[in-house]
Design a protein around this ligand. Structure first.
Ligand SMILES: CC(C)(COP(=O)(O)OP(=O)(O)OC[C@H]1O[C@@H](n2cnc3c(N)ncnc32)[C@H](O)[C@@H]1OP(=O)(O)O)[C@@H](O)C(=O)NCCC(=O)NCCS
Length: 143
């Protein structure tokens, strides 16, 4: 089941976050998204266990997808797809025009997921990720 993120989820989210990213978010970033008016966070939960989560910022007329991750052992079961669909459905439901996200150029799995929803690379950002100077793609989905 997919539901809104709550403060009680943050320790479980952080376990996934730390094993999913070389530059994990600080827990306060998730808390900010829970309370911030432009923040929108969701979790995918099964039997009281958080298996994945996703966040976006709802800004003006565009949704900026800021984070998505699934517990390593639960990947390739459709959870990422379900989370991304829920974010896109939310953005469409409030008549936004587009969704944007950034992704490391080496993250071919995530790029495939985004492309399967129709996201397109619109810009390459040189050395965007400062922890290893990796380039990033800016991807856009127009609704
Ligand atoms: C990216 C991520 C969220 C995908 O979650 P997931 O639950 O495994 O994705 P899904 O099972 O819904 O995959 C849907 C489709 O996306 C594509 N895809 C997802 N992961 C892929 C991978 N590792 N390699 C190739 N294609 C992949 C496939 O087309 C897949 O469909 P298929 O399994 O029928 O072939 C997950 O791999 C993850 O948490 N990665 C670490 C964090 C991360 O990199 N987040 C993105 C930051 S920009």
């Amino acid at each position: 089941m997919i539901r809104l993120m709550a403060v009680k989820d943050v320790p479980k989210i952080m376990k996934i976050e730390r094993t999913s990213f070389s530059d994990p978010w600080h827990p306060s970033s998730f808390i900010d998204d829970i309370f911030n008016q432009i923040g929108y966070g969701i979790v995918y939960e099964d039997n009281d266990t958080v298996l994945g989560y996703a966040c976006m910022w709802l800004m003006y007329d565009e949704a900026h997808i800021t984070n998505i991750a699934v517990k390593e052992s639960e990947r390739r079961k459709g959870i990422g797809k379900a989370l991304l669909k829920a974010l896109i459905d939310k953005a469409k439901s409030i008549n936004y025009e587009r969704a944007l996200l950034e992704v490391r150029t080496s993250n071919t799995g995530a790029i495939k997921l985004y492309e399967s929803f129709g996201f397109k690379i619109i810009h390459t950002m040189k050395k965007y990720y400062i922890n290893n100077d990796e380039d990033g793609y800016l991807m856009e989905l127009r609704f």
